[in-house]
Design a protein around this ligand. Structure first.
Ligand SMILES: Nc1ncnc2c1ncn2[C@@H]1O[C@H](COP(=O)(O)OP(=O)(O)OP(=O)(O)O)[C@@H](O)[C@H]1O
Ligand SMILES: [Mg+2]
Length: 449
């Protein structure tokens, strides 16, 4: 992409309505625009990151054996009357009537809809285990939408639902989700800690929330500091192995880590004092096992091996896809702007032409642009006539992790400059070597290599 042809409405002034850094930077970097309270348009740069996050979620869900699909945003109230949640859900549910006076709602979650799909099509234990998921917009009429995409009213969520014959199988599905979530967040450059949580309106005794530590987080959390040393990394995992998934669950949940809803001072006091931490966190996901809470009232049964009709054991599992943009920025920024982790960055690198219009500088930038594009990567080339200071400020604000700076003076010596956004360190090197470095960073193979 060439900046001269892109739509990047960067703001010079800090918007006064934004209270936290992620919200400020998302507005300033032209990523989102508020449409009404808690509802946003996703401008091109924000949309790109949203899609990158969504793609990682899909890849990791599919790797775990879960099946993607898509359910609608608008739902009929009838299903929610069957489960008994239509009245329970309260004012957070946006309710409406269609022209035939039928009660409709904008889905805040999808347990009822998926249970209805399941009971319509699945009748035998032989079709289990089954986990279906989708990534879809949700609406919750939050009393206090704030912090931009962190607490929106309309927000983008991955929600998945497992159907199993036995509690044991359903708990394996729970563990499988925990493992896949650990991988998902790490690929986004985040440490999200599973913490014992409260079931809320979804229900169930087994539930963990995933929290990213950040001062601006809305949840108060208590944990054993040893937990922050844990990393899933790129270890291999067999998602079909109950033992392997259970071992990961035990590794990541055996130390004390709870949100204020389940915090227990007596148990916490047993953690050595030097390791006791109280902090704030952003909830980026939650997993639940709730047994037959929906399958029983809604008649989602299968025939077991003996021919008996039994309600299926279920769980649901959510990732706050749109909230993650805010969480990543809260965890990764400096006073100049965002610092995107390579896994989610909207463009893989920036190319800054210090002297647009200079034949040699223009040609060198074009050549870099072509070589990086040929790797299957997307550079953002600032080919505008703005002065260098302004170009750097924009690149720093929008947070691309790598920048290649091209100017006539360097070119005389056969070099360009490669700068890391995270460390601020620059290195002079020939253009081909800069391309090779970018290729290596993103695990791309150079043509002819
Ligand atoms: N209003 C919202 N705006 C943006 N993301 C949200 C919002 N509500 C929930 N999410 C995200 O969706 C995920 C799954 O939804 P879940 O039902 O667990 O939310 P929740 O526990 O009600 O969230 P919260 O406690 O923050 O209101 C959450 O972990 C969170 O990341
Ligand atoms: Mg939750």
């Amino acid at each position: 992409m060439r900046l001269s042809r892109y739509f990047l409405p960067v703001l010079k002034e800090t918007p006064s309505e934004a209270q936290i850094v992620s919200h400020r930077y998302m507005l300033r970097a032209g990523m989102i625009k508020q449409a009404s309270a808690g509802i946003y348009s996703w401008l091109p740069l924000g949309f790109k990151v949203l899609k990158n996050i969504e793609n990682i979620v899909h890849e990791e869900q599919i790797r775990a054996g879960h099946i993607p699909m898509l359910m609608p945003t608008l739902q009929s109230a009838d299903l929610w009357r069957e489960s008994g949640r239509y009245d329970d859900y309260g004012a957070e549910m946006l309710r409406m009537k269609d022209r035939h006076d039928r009660d409709m709602l904008y889905g805040p979650t999808n347990e009822e809809l998926i249970t209805d799909i399941f009971r319509s099509h699945v009748g035998s234990y032989k079709d289990l285990p089954l986990t279906l998921y989708h990534v879809q917009w949700k609406f919750r009429d939050e009393i206090r939408p704030r912090f931009g995409v962190m607490r929106g009213r309309e927000f983008y969520m991955k929600d998945g639902y497992n159907f199993d014959l036995t509690k044991e199988d359903a708990l394996h599905a729970y563990n499988r989700h925990l493992v896949s979530y650990l991988r998902t967040y790490e690929r986004m450059g985040l440490q999200a800690i599973p913490m014992r949580a409260d079931g809320g309106p979804i229900g169930g005794d087994y539930t963990h929330e995933f929290l990213v530590l950040a001062e601006t987080g809305e949840s108060e959390v208590f944990y054993d500091s040893e937990i922050t040393d844990l990393k899933f990394g790129d270890r291999a995992i067999d998602y079909d192995s109950h033992a392997e998934c259970q071992a990961v669950l035990e590794e990541f949940t055996s130390r004390y880590a709870r949100t204020d809803e389940t915090h227990d001072e007596e148990i916490f006091a047993k953690v050595p004092e030097a390791r006791r931490r109280q902090a704030r966190g952003i909830e980026v996901g939650q997993i639940f096992y709730f047994g037959t809470k929906y399958s029983e009232p809604m008649g989602a049964t299968v025939q077991d091996a003996e021919g008996n009709k039994v309600p299926v054991h279920m769980g649901s599992h959510g990732i706050g896809v749109s909230r993650l943009l805010g969480a990543i920025i809260e965890a990764s920024h400096d006073d100049k702007g965002i610092i995107w982790p390579e896994g989610v960055t909207p463009f893989h690198c920036g190319i800054v032409n210090l002297k647009s219009g200079d034949a040699e500088a223009d040609a060198a930038c074009e050549a870099l642009y072509a070589s990086i594009t040929a790797l299957g990567l997307e550079p953002l080339y600032d080919d505008t006539n703005e002065r260098a200071g302004g170009k750097f400020a924009t690149m720093d604000l929008i947070g691309l992790p790598w920048r290649i700076t091209v100017g006539p003076r360097g070119l005389k010596n056969g070099v360009v400059e490669l700068t890391s956004r995270r460390t601020g360190e620059s290195e002079e090197l020939p253009p081909e070597e800069a391309v090779a470095r970018i290729a290596a960073i993103y695990n791309k193979v150079l043509p002819g290599a």
